[in-house]
Design a protein around this ligand. Structure first.
Ligand SMILES: Nc1nc2c(c(=O)[nH]1)N[C@H]1C(S)=C(S)[C@@H](COP(=O)(O)O)O[C@H]1N2
Ligand SMILES: [Mo]
Length: 496
């Protein structure tokens, strides 16, 4: 404690880190709850999970979708709890922005001020010493501190591992779960052994933090909580009692943030969606929107069993069309266009040679699968109808009515999704009518669905029958840019 004191910035950073890290943990658990299974392989094939946090078993004899697998956790462990993935995502992303900014400032100041010497080993002898320290702890004794330093060798290594390995590892494995990053840099995802391996490793990183925190607290208890606490509050040990009071106050403040975040998320999710979305969306769009999909998974990687989300339309009209191979189905493309058009399936097939792509599908819930999709580039269709000036968005309307087709879903009404007009120009943005070389199966969206490979799965509306070109989406549905946005509070732009 002699040479390296805790300067004010470090003390502030420490408590900010407690705030953001705990928010990340709870919101992360909310995200896991929506698909409480972990896999190593990209296809997330049912039954291949290496860990599961659910007792539900899925029926073998009828179609179930991944919404049926979702779990509802208590607000005590997850933020906000009770199957609120939309809210969990907003809190996770806002906290990660705060955490990364805190971390960046911390790194800069650590190296600018020489404080890094406390954590970065400068001598190989530290490793055998740390081993000795471990044995000393295991025999219920305290090892010696490093000469002139506030830590023993084992602690020094543990902090170095958390600050310089674990934290960046969590950021990297988190980024590897962004569809836009995966679509643009498939090699980055391969570094971790694939999308599901990255998700599993991200979870193991969470476990590492959850192990670190109690050990850290235990060590503080063992080495003298009042003094160490005072050092982390005032930077010196003069006012032990005031320091205890101050740290309890800070902790109470952090708990209050958690309680407030939980309560508003459960009671006023729309306000949280708008407020946090206003911060997260611009960051996400700036960093991830420029990424274009360049995926080409080899044929042998195509999933034997591609997972399903959403229940097919069960109207008589749809079923009749399906029986007739969708010859009666039509796609209307209209709205803010010079020349509204109507296409049959045969028209769409005749428009251009089918574009095929072998790509990784990322569901917002966390599972993935790989398939080959074939169809017509969306831009080809858009060019034919010639959008008028002022056209900014595409609204995909579907034949699915969630009140009717997805009983138990949170919300009713026609499933629709809005995407920015500019995304149509992205490579690998197609209206797909084929899957793995055959006509699109009903459960995957027959006769037509969107494929937009830099976005999360829920944007890729299935069972489409109309595309409306619009200047604004505030008047559509609840005005948030899609059925999922309206009903489960996701963001309209979902590159992660
Ligand atoms: N009409 C409609 N389209 C939809 C959905 C839905 O519920 N209804 N679910 C979306 C979600 S969340 C995902 S992950 C993908 C799943 O596509 P798949 O079933 O072909 O794997 O479809 C998307 N398109
Ligand atoms: Mo999804």
């Amino acid at each position: 404690m002699q040479q390296l004191d805790y300067p004010a910035w470090l003390r502030v950073e420490h408590w900010l880190n407690v705030l953001f890290l705990t928010l990340l943990v709870r919101s992360g658990i909310e995200i896991i709850a929506t698909h409480p299974k972990l896999y190593w392989r990209n296809d997330s094939r049912p039954g291949t999970e290496w860990a599961r946090f659910t007792r539900k078993t899925m029926p073998k004899d009828r179609l179930y979708d991944t919404l049926d697998e979702e779990e509802s956790y208590s607000s005590l462990v997850s933020l906000p709890g009770h199957k609120k993935l939309g809210m969990g995502r907003h809190w996770h992303f806002i906290s990660v922005i705060g955490w990364i900014l805190t971390g960046a400032v911390y790194y800069v100041l650590l190296f600018a001020t020489g404080q890094w010497r406390r954590y970065i080993p400068q001598d190989w002898s530290l490793f055998p010493t740390a081993w000795d320290d471990l044995l000393t702890y295991l025999s219920f004794n305290l090892p010696p501190l490093l000469p002139g330093q506030p830590l023993d060798a084992l602690q020094k290594l543990a902090y170095a591992a958390v600050i310089f390995l674990l934290a960046p590892f969590q950021i990297a494995t988190g980024a590897a779960q962004s569809p836009a990053i995966e679509a643009r840099f498939p090699w980055f995802v391969r570094l971790f052994g694939g999308r599901q391996a990255a998700r599993s490793l991200h979870f193991l990183g969470l476990v590492a933090f959850l192990l670190f925190i109690p050990v850290h607290l235990l060590m503080i208890g063992v080495w003298g909580w009042p003094e160490l606490n005072a050092l982390m509050i005032f930077g010196d040990v003069r006012d032990l009692n005031w320091a205890i009071a101050a740290s309890l106050l800070i902790l109470a403040g952090i708990v209050a943030v958690h309680v407030a975040a939980t309560v508003v998320s459960l009671k006023r999710p729309r306000s949280v969606q708008r407020a946090l979305g206003a911060v997260v969306s611009p960051v996400r769009r700036t960093l991830l929107r420029p990424l274009k999909s360049t995926q080409a998974y080899p044929r042998r990687k195509v999933s034997v069993e591609h997972r399903v989300n959403g229940k097919p339309p069960c109207s008589l009209e749809y079923k009749t069309m399906a029986v007739h191979g969708f010859v009666d189905w039509r796609l209307e493309v209209g709205g803010l266009v010079e020349e509204p058009r109507v296409f049959s399936l045969a028209d769409l097939r005749a428009l251009a040679r089918p574009q095929t792509q072998q790509v990784l599908h990322n569901c917002v819930q966390g599972w993935s699968s790989i398939a080959q999709w074939g169809g017509v580039p969306l831009q080809t269709v858009i060019d034919l109808v010639r959008p008028l000036p002022g056209a900014r968005y595409l609204c995909f309307l579907t034949m699915q009515d969630n009140g009717r087709d997805e009983p138990g879903a949170e919300g009713a009404g026609q499933f629709y999704e809005v995407v920015d007009l500019g995304l149509a120009k992205h490579p690998q943005c197609i209206l797909a009518y084929d899957m793995n070389g055959d006509p699109l199966p009903i459960k995957h969206g027959a006769p037509l669905r969107l494929r937009l490979e830099t976005q999360v799965g829920f944007k890729m509306a299935k069972w489409i029958d109309r595309i409306e070109v619009v200047s604004d989406y505030a008047a559509i549905g609840a005005g948030m840019g899609g059925w999922r946005e309206d009903n489960v509070f996701y963001d309209k732009d979902v590159e992660i």
